[in-house]
Design a protein around this ligand. Sequence first.
Ligand code: ZN
Length: 69
Amino acid sequence: MKRTIIILAFAALTIGVGACNNTTNKNAQETAKPKGKYYCTMHPEVTSEKPGTCSKCGMDLAERDTTGK
Ligand SMILES: [Zn+2]
């Protein structure tokens, strides 16, 4: 009987953690998703709507491939 309770508790914990992880991953993906048309290949988080250079390394920003491969 005690063993069943432990298994149920463990299952609940796993499901709870799993649901929590899913939410975290979803949020992380949304925040990490670059918005600008141009981005630094070294720093994908650095984006711009216009051509320019990276604010972190000064590299020319690359144009995002919008063809949707
Ligand atoms: Zn950069």
